[in-house]
Design a protein around this ligand. Structure first.
Ligand code: NAD
Length: 428
Protein backbone atom coordinates (compact mmCIF):
# COMPACT_ATOMS: atom_id res chain seq x y z
CA UNK A 1 0.00 0.00 0.00
CA UNK A 2 1.08 3.62 -0.45
CA UNK A 3 1.53 5.37 2.89
CA UNK A 4 2.50 8.90 3.90
CA UNK A 5 3.72 9.62 7.44
CA UNK A 6 3.49 13.22 8.63
CA UNK A 7 6.16 13.93 11.25
CA UNK A 8 9.46 12.04 11.13
CA UNK A 9 10.41 11.90 14.80
CA UNK A 10 10.72 8.89 17.13
CA UNK A 11 7.29 7.55 16.17
CA UNK A 12 7.11 8.70 12.54
CA UNK A 13 10.56 7.52 11.52
CA UNK A 14 10.23 4.14 13.23
CA UNK A 15 6.70 3.64 11.85
CA UNK A 16 7.78 4.66 8.35
CA UNK A 17 10.80 2.35 8.33
CA UNK A 18 8.81 -0.57 9.78
CA UNK A 19 5.87 -0.15 7.38
CA UNK A 20 8.40 -0.13 4.51
CA UNK A 21 9.91 -3.30 5.99
CA UNK A 22 6.43 -4.85 5.86
CA UNK A 23 6.45 -4.14 2.10
CA UNK A 24 4.54 -0.85 1.92
CA UNK A 25 5.64 2.14 -0.16
CA UNK A 26 6.28 4.85 2.44
CA UNK A 27 7.00 8.56 2.18
CA UNK A 28 7.88 10.38 5.40
CA UNK A 29 7.25 14.13 5.56
CA UNK A 30 8.68 16.60 8.03
CA UNK A 31 8.79 20.38 8.30
CA UNK A 32 12.36 20.13 9.59
CA UNK A 33 14.33 20.54 6.34
CA UNK A 34 17.66 19.77 8.03
CA UNK A 35 16.36 16.48 9.39
CA UNK A 36 15.00 15.45 5.98
CA UNK A 37 18.23 16.44 4.19
CA UNK A 38 20.19 14.37 6.73
CA UNK A 39 17.91 11.35 6.28
CA UNK A 40 18.31 11.59 2.51
CA UNK A 41 22.09 11.38 3.10
CA UNK A 42 21.56 8.38 5.41
CA UNK A 43 22.00 10.31 8.68
CA UNK A 44 19.62 8.94 11.34
CA UNK A 45 18.61 11.79 13.67
CA UNK A 46 17.82 9.65 16.73
CA UNK A 47 19.41 6.72 18.53
CA UNK A 48 17.17 3.67 18.37
CA UNK A 49 18.58 0.12 18.19
CA UNK A 50 18.12 -1.49 14.74
CA UNK A 51 16.69 1.64 13.13
CA UNK A 52 19.65 2.65 11.00
CA UNK A 53 19.88 -0.72 9.21
CA UNK A 54 16.13 -0.74 8.64
CA UNK A 55 16.08 2.78 7.18
CA UNK A 56 19.07 2.16 4.93
CA UNK A 57 17.79 -1.21 3.70
CA UNK A 58 14.37 0.14 2.79
CA UNK A 59 15.79 3.30 1.19
CA UNK A 60 17.94 0.92 -0.86
CA UNK A 61 14.81 -0.97 -1.99
CA UNK A 62 13.19 2.41 -2.86
CA UNK A 63 10.36 1.64 -0.43
CA UNK A 64 11.19 4.51 1.93
CA UNK A 65 11.53 8.17 0.95
CA UNK A 66 11.89 11.42 2.89
CA UNK A 67 10.61 14.83 1.86
CA UNK A 68 9.51 18.21 3.17
CA UNK A 69 6.82 18.38 0.49
CA UNK A 70 3.27 17.31 1.37
CA UNK A 71 2.51 17.49 -2.36
CA UNK A 72 5.04 14.73 -3.03
CA UNK A 73 3.70 12.41 -0.35
CA UNK A 74 -0.03 12.82 0.14
CA UNK A 75 -1.89 12.78 -3.20
CA UNK A 76 -0.87 9.17 -3.97
CA UNK A 77 -1.21 7.81 -0.43
CA UNK A 78 -4.03 5.44 0.54
CA UNK A 79 -3.20 5.97 4.23
CA UNK A 80 -1.79 9.19 5.71
CA UNK A 81 -0.55 8.75 9.28
CA UNK A 82 -0.16 11.76 11.56
CA UNK A 83 2.86 11.32 13.88
CA UNK A 84 3.64 14.91 14.85
CA UNK A 85 4.35 15.97 18.43
CA UNK A 86 1.59 16.75 20.94
CA UNK A 87 3.57 18.41 23.75
CA UNK A 88 2.09 19.91 26.90
CA UNK A 89 0.77 23.42 26.57
CA UNK A 90 1.68 25.83 29.37
CA UNK A 91 -1.45 24.97 31.36
CA UNK A 92 -0.77 21.20 31.08
CA UNK A 93 -3.39 20.61 28.39
CA UNK A 94 -2.29 19.33 24.96
CA UNK A 95 -0.73 21.66 22.39
CA UNK A 96 -2.59 20.58 19.26
CA UNK A 97 -1.07 23.16 16.91
CA UNK A 98 1.12 20.61 15.06
CA UNK A 99 -1.79 18.22 14.57
CA UNK A 100 -4.01 21.02 13.31
CA UNK A 101 -1.46 22.25 10.81
CA UNK A 102 -0.77 18.68 9.60
CA UNK A 103 -4.54 18.13 9.15
CA UNK A 104 -4.84 21.33 7.13
CA UNK A 105 -2.00 20.30 4.80
CA UNK A 106 -3.49 16.83 4.42
CA UNK A 107 -6.83 18.39 3.46
CA UNK A 108 -5.13 20.56 0.83
CA UNK A 109 -3.26 17.63 -0.71
CA UNK A 110 -5.47 14.50 -0.78
CA UNK A 111 -6.65 13.59 -4.25
CA UNK A 112 -9.08 10.70 -3.70
CA UNK A 113 -10.41 8.45 -0.94
CA UNK A 114 -7.82 8.53 1.87
CA UNK A 115 -7.68 7.10 5.36
CA UNK A 116 -6.14 9.61 7.77
CA UNK A 117 -4.80 7.73 10.78
CA UNK A 118 -3.72 9.56 13.94
CA UNK A 119 -0.69 7.92 15.56
CA UNK A 120 0.08 10.92 17.75
CA UNK A 121 -1.33 10.72 21.28
CA UNK A 122 -4.30 13.09 21.12
CA UNK A 123 -7.22 14.06 23.36
CA UNK A 124 -10.62 12.45 23.05
CA UNK A 125 -12.57 14.10 20.24
CA UNK A 126 -9.54 14.76 18.00
CA UNK A 127 -10.84 12.51 15.20
CA UNK A 128 -13.90 14.77 14.89
CA UNK A 129 -11.67 17.84 15.02
CA UNK A 130 -9.39 16.55 12.23
CA UNK A 131 -12.45 15.59 10.16
CA UNK A 132 -13.73 19.17 10.37
CA UNK A 133 -10.33 20.67 9.45
CA UNK A 134 -9.83 18.37 6.45
CA UNK A 135 -13.44 18.82 5.27
CA UNK A 136 -12.90 22.57 5.15
CA UNK A 137 -10.07 22.04 2.64
CA UNK A 138 -11.32 19.36 0.25
CA UNK A 139 -14.28 17.75 -1.50
CA UNK A 140 -12.49 14.38 -1.64
CA UNK A 141 -13.84 11.41 0.27
CA UNK A 142 -11.84 10.50 3.40
CA UNK A 143 -12.14 8.91 6.83
CA UNK A 144 -10.24 9.74 10.01
CA UNK A 145 -9.26 6.89 12.34
CA UNK A 146 -7.46 6.84 15.65
CA UNK A 147 -4.46 4.50 15.59
CA UNK A 148 -2.50 5.28 18.78
CA UNK A 149 1.10 4.14 18.83
CA UNK A 150 2.26 1.82 21.61
CA UNK A 151 5.99 1.45 20.87
CA UNK A 152 8.56 2.00 23.63
CA UNK A 153 11.65 4.09 22.90
CA UNK A 154 14.73 1.90 23.12
CA UNK A 155 12.73 -1.07 21.78
CA UNK A 156 10.76 0.81 19.14
CA UNK A 157 11.62 -1.27 16.07
CA UNK A 158 10.91 -4.55 17.86
CA UNK A 159 7.71 -3.18 19.37
CA UNK A 160 6.40 -1.90 16.04
CA UNK A 161 7.05 -5.21 14.31
CA UNK A 162 5.89 -7.37 17.26
CA UNK A 163 3.13 -5.36 18.96
CA UNK A 164 0.91 -6.79 21.69
CA UNK A 165 -2.05 -5.23 19.86
CA UNK A 166 -2.96 -2.69 17.19
CA UNK A 167 -5.73 -0.27 18.15
CA UNK A 168 -7.99 1.06 15.41
CA UNK A 169 -10.67 3.56 16.39
CA UNK A 170 -12.95 4.07 13.44
CA UNK A 171 -16.57 4.82 12.69
CA UNK A 172 -16.18 3.65 9.07
CA UNK A 173 -16.05 -0.07 8.18
CA UNK A 174 -14.26 0.88 4.94
CA UNK A 175 -11.48 2.67 6.83
CA UNK A 176 -11.23 -0.14 9.41
CA UNK A 177 -10.68 -2.64 6.58
CA UNK A 178 -7.92 -0.46 5.09
CA UNK A 179 -6.17 -0.28 8.47
CA UNK A 180 -6.50 -4.01 9.16
CA UNK A 181 -5.01 -4.59 5.68
CA UNK A 182 -2.14 -2.16 6.42
CA UNK A 183 -1.17 -4.18 9.50
CA UNK A 184 -2.10 -7.59 8.07
CA UNK A 185 1.47 -8.93 8.45
CA UNK A 186 1.58 -8.11 12.16
CA UNK A 187 0.67 -11.17 14.18
CA UNK A 188 -1.36 -9.61 17.00
CA UNK A 189 -4.94 -8.79 17.94
CA UNK A 190 -6.39 -5.84 16.01
CA UNK A 191 -8.70 -4.06 18.43
CA UNK A 192 -11.27 -2.24 16.31
CA UNK A 193 -13.37 0.20 18.28
CA UNK A 194 -14.85 3.69 18.03
CA UNK A 195 -12.47 6.70 17.75
CA UNK A 196 -13.16 8.15 21.22
CA UNK A 197 -12.47 4.81 22.94
CA UNK A 198 -9.24 4.37 20.96
CA UNK A 199 -8.08 7.88 21.86
CA UNK A 200 -8.80 7.29 25.54
CA UNK A 201 -7.18 3.82 25.48
CA UNK A 202 -3.75 5.37 24.91
CA UNK A 203 -4.10 7.80 27.83
CA UNK A 204 -5.53 5.08 30.08
CA UNK A 205 -2.60 2.75 29.26
CA UNK A 206 0.02 5.39 30.03
CA UNK A 207 -1.74 6.51 33.21
CA UNK A 208 -2.03 2.91 34.42
CA UNK A 209 1.66 2.18 33.80
CA UNK A 210 2.75 5.45 35.42
CA UNK A 211 0.55 4.67 38.44
CA UNK A 212 2.11 1.21 38.74
CA UNK A 213 5.59 2.79 38.86
CA UNK A 214 4.47 5.42 41.37
CA UNK A 215 2.95 2.67 43.51
CA UNK A 216 6.16 0.65 43.70
CA UNK A 217 8.13 3.82 44.43
CA UNK A 218 5.80 4.57 47.35
CA UNK A 219 6.41 1.04 48.63
CA UNK A 220 10.16 1.61 48.07
CA UNK A 221 10.09 4.72 50.25
CA UNK A 222 8.27 2.76 52.94
CA UNK A 223 10.92 0.00 52.64
CA UNK A 224 13.61 2.62 53.31
CA UNK A 225 11.77 3.64 56.48
CA UNK A 226 11.01 0.17 57.84
CA UNK A 227 14.20 -1.61 56.80
CA UNK A 228 12.70 -3.82 54.08
CA UNK A 229 14.01 -4.44 50.55
CA UNK A 230 11.80 -3.26 47.69
CA UNK A 231 13.40 -5.65 45.18
CA UNK A 232 12.24 -8.59 47.30
CA UNK A 233 8.80 -7.07 47.76
CA UNK A 234 8.45 -6.41 44.01
CA UNK A 235 9.47 -9.97 43.22
CA UNK A 236 7.03 -11.32 45.80
CA UNK A 237 4.06 -9.39 44.47
CA UNK A 238 5.06 -9.54 40.78
CA UNK A 239 4.85 -13.32 40.68
CA UNK A 240 1.12 -12.99 41.31
CA UNK A 241 -0.29 -13.09 37.75
CA UNK A 242 -3.00 -10.61 38.74
CA UNK A 243 -0.23 -8.06 39.42
CA UNK A 244 2.50 -9.09 36.96
CA UNK A 245 6.22 -8.37 37.28
CA UNK A 246 6.56 -5.59 34.68
CA UNK A 247 6.72 -1.94 35.70
CA UNK A 248 7.55 -2.85 39.30
CA UNK A 249 11.13 -1.55 39.31
CA UNK A 250 11.60 1.08 41.96
CA UNK A 251 13.86 3.92 40.89
CA UNK A 252 13.73 7.60 40.06
CA UNK A 253 10.16 7.62 38.78
CA UNK A 254 8.67 7.90 35.32
CA UNK A 255 9.84 10.37 32.70
CA UNK A 256 10.27 10.64 28.97
CA UNK A 257 8.30 12.30 26.23
CA UNK A 258 5.04 10.44 26.91
CA UNK A 259 4.09 9.57 30.49
CA UNK A 260 4.48 13.01 32.09
CA UNK A 261 2.62 14.92 29.40
CA UNK A 262 -0.03 12.26 28.81
CA UNK A 263 -0.81 11.68 32.48
CA UNK A 264 -1.04 15.43 33.01
CA UNK A 265 -3.28 15.81 29.95
CA UNK A 266 -5.62 13.09 31.24
CA UNK A 267 -5.78 14.74 34.64
CA UNK A 268 -6.50 18.14 33.02
CA UNK A 269 -9.18 16.68 30.78
CA UNK A 270 -10.94 15.03 33.71
CA UNK A 271 -10.67 18.18 35.85
CA UNK A 272 -12.17 20.27 33.04
CA UNK A 273 -15.17 17.94 33.11
CA UNK A 274 -15.41 18.36 36.87
CA UNK A 275 -14.42 14.73 37.32
CA UNK A 276 -10.99 14.77 38.98
CA UNK A 277 -9.01 11.51 38.92
CA UNK A 278 -7.63 11.09 42.47
CA UNK A 279 -5.53 7.99 41.67
CA UNK A 280 -3.90 9.60 38.62
CA UNK A 281 -3.28 12.84 40.52
CA UNK A 282 -1.65 10.91 43.36
CA UNK A 283 0.64 9.14 40.87
CA UNK A 284 1.80 12.54 39.58
CA UNK A 285 2.47 13.77 43.13
CA UNK A 286 4.39 10.63 44.10
CA UNK A 287 6.53 10.92 40.97
CA UNK A 288 7.62 14.45 41.85
CA UNK A 289 8.28 13.35 45.44
CA UNK A 290 10.39 10.39 44.21
CA UNK A 291 12.86 12.71 42.47
CA UNK A 292 13.03 15.15 45.38
CA UNK A 293 13.58 12.32 47.83
CA UNK A 294 16.64 11.04 46.01
CA UNK A 295 18.31 14.46 46.14
CA UNK A 296 17.42 14.70 49.83
CA UNK A 297 19.12 11.35 50.50
CA UNK A 298 22.19 12.60 48.67
CA UNK A 299 22.19 15.82 50.70
CA UNK A 300 21.92 13.79 53.88
CA UNK A 301 24.91 11.65 52.89
CA UNK A 302 27.04 14.68 51.92
CA UNK A 303 25.87 17.09 54.61
CA UNK A 304 25.01 19.60 51.87
CA UNK A 305 25.24 19.73 48.08
CA UNK A 306 26.62 23.28 47.96
CA UNK A 307 30.04 23.34 46.32
CA UNK A 308 30.13 19.53 46.14
CA UNK A 309 31.37 17.80 43.01
CA UNK A 310 28.81 15.25 41.90
CA UNK A 311 28.96 12.85 38.95
CA UNK A 312 25.71 11.83 37.27
CA UNK A 313 25.80 8.68 35.15
CA UNK A 314 23.00 8.70 32.58
CA UNK A 315 21.09 11.58 31.01
CA UNK A 316 18.52 9.78 28.84
CA UNK A 317 15.15 9.11 30.49
CA UNK A 318 15.79 5.39 30.03
CA UNK A 319 18.38 3.11 28.49
CA UNK A 320 18.82 2.56 24.75
CA UNK A 321 17.62 6.00 23.75
CA UNK A 322 19.08 9.50 23.40
CA UNK A 323 15.77 11.07 24.46
CA UNK A 324 16.19 13.36 27.49
CA UNK A 325 12.68 14.84 27.50
CA UNK A 326 11.37 14.85 31.11
CA UNK A 327 14.29 12.68 32.15
CA UNK A 328 14.74 12.09 35.89
CA UNK A 329 18.48 12.68 35.39
CA UNK A 330 17.77 16.13 33.98
CA UNK A 331 15.44 17.02 36.86
CA UNK A 332 18.00 15.83 39.40
CA UNK A 333 20.88 17.75 37.78
CA UNK A 334 18.74 20.90 37.66
CA UNK A 335 17.98 20.47 41.36
CA UNK A 336 21.66 19.82 42.18
CA UNK A 337 22.69 22.94 40.25
CA UNK A 338 20.14 24.96 42.21
CA UNK A 339 21.65 23.63 45.43
CA UNK A 340 25.09 24.82 44.32
CA UNK A 341 26.62 21.46 43.34
CA UNK A 342 29.21 21.17 40.55
CA UNK A 343 27.98 18.40 38.25
CA UNK A 344 29.78 16.39 35.59
CA UNK A 345 27.79 13.87 33.62
CA UNK A 346 28.25 10.95 31.29
CA UNK A 347 25.77 9.19 29.00
CA UNK A 348 26.69 6.74 26.22
CA UNK A 349 24.54 8.61 23.65
CA UNK A 350 22.49 11.44 25.16
CA UNK A 351 23.48 15.09 25.63
CA UNK A 352 21.60 17.91 27.37
CA UNK A 353 21.65 21.67 26.91
CA UNK A 354 22.42 24.26 29.56
CA UNK A 355 18.81 25.39 29.25
CA UNK A 356 17.53 21.93 30.23
CA UNK A 357 19.65 21.69 33.38
CA UNK A 358 19.85 25.38 34.32
CA UNK A 359 23.63 25.63 33.88
CA UNK A 360 26.35 24.62 31.37
CA UNK A 361 27.09 20.95 32.00
CA UNK A 362 30.37 19.15 31.46
CA UNK A 363 29.75 15.98 29.41
CA UNK A 364 32.53 13.51 30.20
CA UNK A 365 33.69 10.85 27.75
CA UNK A 366 33.36 7.99 30.24
CA UNK A 367 31.79 7.24 33.62
CA UNK A 368 35.26 7.41 35.17
CA UNK A 369 35.90 10.81 33.58
CA UNK A 370 32.63 12.10 35.07
CA UNK A 371 33.60 10.68 38.47
CA UNK A 372 37.09 12.27 38.49
CA UNK A 373 37.41 14.08 41.83
CA UNK A 374 33.69 13.65 42.66
CA UNK A 375 32.45 13.39 46.20
CA UNK A 376 29.37 11.48 45.10
CA UNK A 377 28.23 9.58 42.02
CA UNK A 378 24.59 9.11 41.06
CA UNK A 379 23.43 6.40 38.64
CA UNK A 380 20.40 7.94 36.96
CA UNK A 381 19.72 5.80 33.85
CA UNK A 382 19.59 2.01 33.63
CA UNK A 383 22.18 1.61 30.83
CA UNK A 384 23.78 -1.87 30.79
CA UNK A 385 27.16 -0.13 30.80
CA UNK A 386 26.48 1.01 34.37
CA UNK A 387 25.53 -2.51 35.50
CA UNK A 388 29.06 -3.52 34.50
CA UNK A 389 31.00 -0.58 35.96
CA UNK A 390 34.57 -1.23 37.06
CA UNK A 391 33.87 -0.28 40.68
CA UNK A 392 37.54 -0.23 41.68
CA UNK A 393 38.28 2.25 38.89
CA UNK A 394 35.25 4.36 39.76
CA UNK A 395 36.22 4.51 43.43
CA UNK A 396 39.81 5.41 42.51
CA UNK A 397 38.64 8.24 40.28
CA UNK A 398 36.44 9.72 43.02
CA UNK A 399 37.53 11.81 45.93
CA UNK A 400 34.58 10.78 48.09
CA UNK A 401 32.75 7.50 48.53
CA UNK A 402 29.01 8.18 48.13
CA UNK A 403 27.42 6.07 45.39
CA UNK A 404 23.69 6.63 44.93
CA UNK A 405 22.29 3.89 42.71
CA UNK A 406 19.02 5.43 41.54
CA UNK A 407 18.20 2.45 39.34
CA UNK A 408 19.23 -0.39 41.68
CA UNK A 409 21.68 -1.76 39.09
CA UNK A 410 24.56 -2.83 41.32
CA UNK A 411 24.98 -5.66 43.80
CA UNK A 412 25.04 -3.98 47.25
CA UNK A 413 27.72 -6.35 48.60
CA UNK A 414 30.02 -5.52 45.63
CA UNK A 415 29.60 -1.78 46.13
CA UNK A 416 30.27 -2.11 49.86
CA UNK A 417 33.30 -4.34 49.23
CA UNK A 418 34.81 -1.54 47.13
CA UNK A 419 34.43 0.91 50.00
CA UNK A 420 31.45 2.90 48.77
CA UNK A 421 28.84 4.47 51.02
CA UNK A 422 26.21 2.79 48.94
CA UNK A 423 22.64 4.12 48.75
CA UNK A 424 19.95 2.43 46.68
CA UNK A 425 16.21 2.94 46.24
CA UNK A 426 13.93 1.01 48.55
CA UNK A 427 16.60 -0.13 50.96
CA UNK A 428 17.84 1.52 54.13
P1 NAD B 1 9.03 13.98 17.91
O1 NAD B 1 9.09 15.34 18.50
O2 NAD B 1 10.21 13.08 18.00
O3 NAD B 1 8.66 14.09 16.36
C1 NAD B 1 7.67 14.92 15.85
C2 NAD B 1 8.09 15.34 14.44
O4 NAD B 1 7.01 16.00 13.82
C3 NAD B 1 9.27 16.32 14.43
O5 NAD B 1 10.28 15.82 13.58
C4 NAD B 1 8.66 17.62 13.87
O6 NAD B 1 9.57 18.37 13.09
C5 NAD B 1 7.53 17.06 13.02
N1 NAD B 1 6.44 17.99 12.73
C6 NAD B 1 5.85 18.89 13.55
N2 NAD B 1 4.85 19.52 12.89
C7 NAD B 1 4.80 19.01 11.64
C8 NAD B 1 3.97 19.22 10.51
N3 NAD B 1 2.97 20.10 10.56
N4 NAD B 1 4.22 18.51 9.40
C9 NAD B 1 5.24 17.62 9.35
N5 NAD B 1 6.04 17.36 10.38
C10 NAD B 1 5.82 18.04 11.52
O7 NAD B 1 7.75 13.28 18.56
P2 NAD B 1 7.54 11.72 18.86
O8 NAD B 1 8.24 11.33 20.10
O9 NAD B 1 7.76 10.95 17.61
O10 NAD B 1 5.99 11.73 19.20
C11 NAD B 1 5.01 11.93 18.21
C12 NAD B 1 3.65 11.60 18.78
O11 NAD B 1 3.59 10.20 19.11
C13 NAD B 1 3.31 12.32 20.08
O12 NAD B 1 1.92 12.58 20.11
C14 NAD B 1 3.66 11.31 21.16
O13 NAD B 1 2.93 11.52 22.34
C15 NAD B 1 3.26 10.03 20.48
N6 NAD B 1 3.96 8.82 20.96
C16 NAD B 1 5.30 8.89 21.20
C17 NAD B 1 5.96 7.75 21.62
C18 NAD B 1 7.44 7.80 21.92
O14 NAD B 1 7.93 6.84 22.53
N7 NAD B 1 8.16 8.82 21.52
C19 NAD B 1 5.27 6.54 21.78
C20 NAD B 1 3.90 6.51 21.50
C21 NAD B 1 3.26 7.68 21.09
Amino acid sequence: MKVAIIGTGYVGLVSGACLAELGHQVTCVDVDAEKIAGLNRGVIPIYEPGLEELVKRNMGYSRLRFTTSYGEAIPEAEVVSIAVGTPSAEDGSVDMSYVKSAAEEIGKNISGYTVIATKSTVPVGTSEMITAIVKAQTDCDFDVVSNPETLREGHAVFDFLHPSRVIIGSSSPRASDVMVHLFAYLDCPKVVTDPRSAELTKYAANAFLATKISFINEIAHLCEEVGANVDAVAKGIGLDPRIGKDFLRAGLGWGGSCFPKDVLALSKLAASLDYPLPIVNAAIKTNAHTRERVVRRLEKALGSCAGRRIAVLGLAFKDNTDDTRESAAVAIIRDLHQKGAVVRAYDPVAKVTAEQVGHALHHAASPYGAAEGAEATVIATEWDEFRNLDLARLKNAMQGSVLLDGRNLLKPEEALRHGFTYIRVGRK
